[in-house]
Design a protein around this ligand. Structure first.
Ligand code: HEM
Length: 538
């Protein structure tokens, strides 16, 4: 028999094409029985008790009682939109990914988010923003799960529960809701000094974007690209907003948190509905795939480091246009499930230890958040490529799989899905050399440099941006109750830049410590400054 396929629109043989609960002119139960009344429960007489036998009452209330699902453990607050990605073909030399071929258009769904706040928190708080894109390519879904900052707090995923525990509200009082103005956050980042670079981005104007439409996006990690000839390069992904990069000032952000906590999602949806479709260019920085996996002395496997654009140009490879708002927030924005392992042929992962842990974490959390192993069948998560898998049964199974032999190859049905010589479009893991090395719980030595790129970022800022950074460190640290934590963070600032440290220390009314490490000798990167930032540069 023919292989079983699940189409994007319907899972199955025999099931109705839609199950959206909105068919026909009359109100019905979930079983399709037409109702006469949905406002009165069935009672033993007009003044009597309600009867247990009232199926409609119980179905209506029971379903309501179970409407909520757990919010995401991080990035709970978000807003999504549909769009299209059109490729220029400029990436064809480095990757065989079909969706990057010249002129190819691919449907996408993007979800923007804050990291730390709960689902009902305000949009304009100081935080990193998520920028997650699902490309429904015809070679399988590609998820680019990035942020609006090019670096991350930690170098190893094993610390992710720790940094999030430190950043989420204190366990005793559950405050503050969604700011970095508290003791545990500063305790963590001053003890785990690899976090200092990302923290500086948070304290800069990048932590309070004007709009999702004016944010850059970054894949953060280094990926490995493979072209049709099997040649590989290392690469970093960038999103560049056509409107340029713009931020709020802190006073605006604070006022908006009270006056319009939905400011960013309103801005996104108003723009799309007015036809002012937000646009980004996707770009890649490309590096030779050398055994050291470094570029210009920067370790490409260290997610706390970025590569200045002056050293490796961001090459445009296509345009993303968001042109449609969700029909239903829950069905689309809440139920969408991103995962770094969703890769098309031509894009592969590297050994970045943060990336490696993420490959495990997302699907693991989604098993709980979306109630079992079949969430790839939820409409927003369905691939737009034919699916022919051997995954069977489980909670919320929508498919009615035919056939008797859910294993391959078999001799009973399904034939041979691996015909010899016809695997051109299949995903192939790049056979990179895995080091002959002892098992060890340790990082490469280059990961010990925690301050040089924070200094690079600081020295690349314009005077007004530096002033904002000083003020935000002062404001946020000023909210800490523990002086020892403020002092430890000042020590980190001293190791980044004595001027920055002195200014923040003055604001806090504390002495400025001397550096404990030599100040890094770095060349500023003008491209890091937001001021006058337009891309491509005119
Ligand atoms: C969610 C980005 C690191 C675990 C997200 C989302 C984004 C994101 C954008 C929201 C996805 C959505 O809109 O549904 C990043 C970036 C990282 C990073 C750019 C570093 C470069 C990590 C690490 C872990 C992790 C190291 C765990 C070890 C999670 C989890 C979720 C999440 C569990 C919730 C997913 C869900 O419930 O569907 N991340 N993250 N992230 N991230 Fe990360």
């Amino acid at each position: 028999g023919a292989p079983q396929t699940r189409t994007p629109t319907g899972a199955t043989t025999g099931a109705p094409a839609t199950a959206n609960g909105q068919q026909g002119a009359f109100l019905t139960t979930s079983q399709g029985a037409r109702l006469r009344d949905t406002d009165h429960s069935l009672k033993a007489g007009r003044r009597g008790p309600v009867l247990l036998q009232d199926h409609h009452l119980r179905e209506k209330i029971t379903h309501f009682d179970h409407e909520r699902i757990p919010e995401r453990v991080v990035h709970a607050r978000g807003a999504g939109a549909h769009g299209v990605f059109t490729a220029y073909g400029t990436a064809e030399a480095v990757t065989r990914a079909g969706f990057l071929a010249k002129g190819r258009s691919t449907e996408v769904f993007v979800r923007f988010s804050t990291v730390l706040g709960s689902r009902g928190s305000a949009d304009t708080v100081r935080d990193t923003r998520g920028f997650a894109t699902k490309f429904y390519t015809d070679e399988g879904t590609f998820d680019l799960v990035g942020n609006n900052m090019p670096v991350f707090f930690i170098q190893d995923a094993i610390k992710f529960p720790d940094i999030i525990h430190a950043g989420k509200p204190h366990p005793d009082r559950e405050i503050p809701q969604a700011q970095s103005a508290h003791d545990t956050f500063w305790d963590f980042v001053s003890l785990h000094t690899e976090a200092q670079h990302h923290t500086m981005w948070n304290m800069s104007d990048r932590g309070i974007p004007r709009s999702y439409r004016t944010m850059e996006g970054f894949g953060v990690h280094t990926f490995r690209l493979i072209n049709a000839a099997g040649e590989t390069v290392l690469a970093k992904f960038h999103w560049k907003p056509k409107l340029g990069v713009h931020s709020l000032v802190w006073e605006e952000a604070q006022m908006l948190s009270g006056m319009d906590p939905d400011f960013h999602r309103r801005d996104l949806y108003d723009a799309i509905e007015a036809g002012a479709f937000p646009e980004w260019e996707l770009g890649i920085q490309v590096f030779p795939d050398t055994p050291e996996e470094t570029f210009a002395g920067i370790d490409l496997l260290d997610p706390t480091k970025m590569v200045p654009e002056e050293l490796a140009e961001v090459q445009p490879v296509g345009t993303l246009t968001l042109n449609r708002t969700p029909t239903n927030f829950f069905a689309e924005t809440e139920q969408v499930a991103f995962h770094l392992g969703h890769l098309p042929p031509g894009i592969d992962v590297t050994n970045d230890p943060l990336l490696q842990g993420r490959l495990f974490s997302y699907v693991d959390t989604q098993l709980t958040r979306l109630g079992g192993p079949n969430f790839s069948q939820i409409p927003i998560n369905r691939p737009h490529a034919p699916v022919n898998d051997m995954l069977r049964d489980g909670f919320h199974q929508q498919a009615v799989h035919a056939g008797v032999a859910p294993y391959r190859p078999n001799s009973l049905d399904g034939g041979n899905p691996f015909p010899a010589g016809d695997d051109e479009n299949a995903f192939v893991d790049v056979p990179v050399q895995v080091a002959e090395a002892p098992k060890v719980r340790a990082n490469p030595a280059s990961f010990d440099d925690h301050f040089s790129q924070a200094r690079l970022f600081w020295l690349s800022m314009s005077p007004v941006e530096q002033e904002h950074i000083i003020r935000s460190y002062t404001f946020e640290l000023g909210k800490c109750y523990h002086q020892a934590i403020k002092e430890r963070q000042l020590q980190c600032l001293a190791n980044i830049d004595p001027v920055l440290c002195a200014q923040v220390a003055t604001g806090l009314g504390l002495p400025a410590p001397e550096p404990t490490v030599p100040l890094a000798d770095v060349t500023p990167s003008p491209a890091l400054s937001q001021v006058g930032r337009q891309w491509p540069a005119d």
